[in-house]
Design a protein around this ligand. Structure first.
Ligand code: KG4
Ligand code: ZN
Length: 348
């Protein structure tokens, strides 16, 4: 059973074809990084227009790479991320998916983008031999999605039966990485640049405050950590100096210390959740799950708690349509089909 997936929630235009919810036959991603770089962040209106320009071409390429010549006959459904995300961007993908579903007389499947990130751990990449061996996840699991827009902790009964048990109170963790990269004048998007710079730094050089909220809280707060980095680099009120006054080693130390603190904050919440709820596995997903220190910390926690850990392959950490098509299959199998009145929802 082949599902076409469409992803346009933020600054990646992506289309993919996935077989039986597992085998990725194609996954085309057009990144808009170049368009937004000069603004230091995603400009929603620019993003929406860029999706509009290239989505049909990306879909055609995904179909072609998957060997699909007659979509109406060969596909079983069209899955689209209709929430959460930038509203103009969601509208483009959702309107296009409705058009395809209507024209090809196929079921339309609505996917929650954040939840779909966790599905990335079971995708098999037919083009990359090393990524062909994902196992199935024993449920219930604790899942943590870390992205530019969300830090959400879930009790996962199945990939489409999740209960959110924690979320960020302010900045998402990816946003904190991007802002710290901006403070260090590294460029955009900041996560991968911090990750790289941290390799040269001492993670214990600076003691930044880790905000854990109340003793039992499963929520996150990253704005205090971000502000602590700002004051450390720029001085009191964040205005006395800037990152150009730091040596390369000092910058690397800030990156490494920030990254360690962020990883500890995330791990602490997974640990609390695993202690509170029946847990047979740990799952992470989202752009920040590409982070070297966070991947290592979650792996170590799994070993300590004697739980299997599921981490997405690097190419499925950031936004992609394969995860949308994959979970779309699961939803279709359980009869969760949308209609052409499907709405887009910016925040959940
Ligand atoms: O999931 P994603 O592609 O988009 C959203 O749904 O938001 O996540 C993008 C975020 C950005 O904030 C980016 O800086 C971060 O993921 N990111 C990383 C790394 N790679 C991407 N953060 C830390 N370390 C990385 N290696
Ligand atoms: Zn995402």
């Amino acid at each position: 059973m082949l599902i076409l997936g469409i992803e346009t929630t933020c600054d990646e235009t992506s289309a993919a074809v996935v077989r039986d919810g597992r085998d990725v036959l194609s996954n085309v991603v057009a990144s808009q990084i170049d368009l937004h770089q000069k603004f230091g962040g995603v400009v929603p209106e620019v993003a929406a227009r860029a999706h509009l320009k290239c989505l049909n071409i990306i879909v055609a390429q995904a179909l072609q790479e998957a060997g699909i010549t007659d979509p109406a006959a060969q596909l079983a459904g069209v899955a689209v991320a209709n929430c959460p995300g930038l509203i103009g961007c969601l509208l483009v993908g959702t309107a296009a998916a409705k058009g395809y579903a209507f024209a090809w007389n196929l079921p339309l499947i609505a996917v929650n983008h954040v939840q779909a990130h966790l599905y990335s751990v079971v995708l098999r990449d037919t083009q990359h031999a090393e990524l062909r061996t994902q196992n199935s996840v024993p449920f219930p699991a604790i899942g943590l999605v870390m992205s530019g827009g969300h830090s959400s902790l879930y009790q996962v009964h199945s990939f489409h039966n999740l209960r959110r048990i924690g979320q960020t109170q302010d900045d998402a963790v990816g946003e904190a990485f991007d802002k710290v990269a901006a403070i260090l004048q590294l460029g955009y998007p900041g996560g991968p640049l911090i990750d790289k710079l941290a390799l040269a730094g001492n993670p214990h050089a600076i003691k930044f405050p880790a905000g854990h909220l109340e003793k039992d809280s499963l929520n996150f707060s990253f704005s205090g950590l971000k502000t602590a980095v700002l004051y450390h680099v720029n001085g009191k009120q964040g205005r006395q100096r800037d990152a150009s006054s730091l040596t390369a080693q000092q910058k690397a130390d800030v990156a490494a210390s920030f990254q360690r603190t962020a990883a500890e904050m995330l791990i602490e919440k997974i640990r609390r959740a695993a202690a509170r709820f029946e847990t047979h596995a740990l799952i992470i997903g989202g752009g920040v799950s590409a982070n070297t220190a966070i991947r290592a910390a979650v792996t170590a926690l799994g070993a300590e708690l004697n739980l299997p850990v599921f981490i997405p392959p690097m190419r499925f950490c950031t936004d992609n349509a394969a995860m949308i098509a994959g979970i779309g299959y699961d939803l279709l199998q359980s009869g969760r089909v949308a209609d052409l009145n499907l709405e887009t929802i910016a925040t959940l």
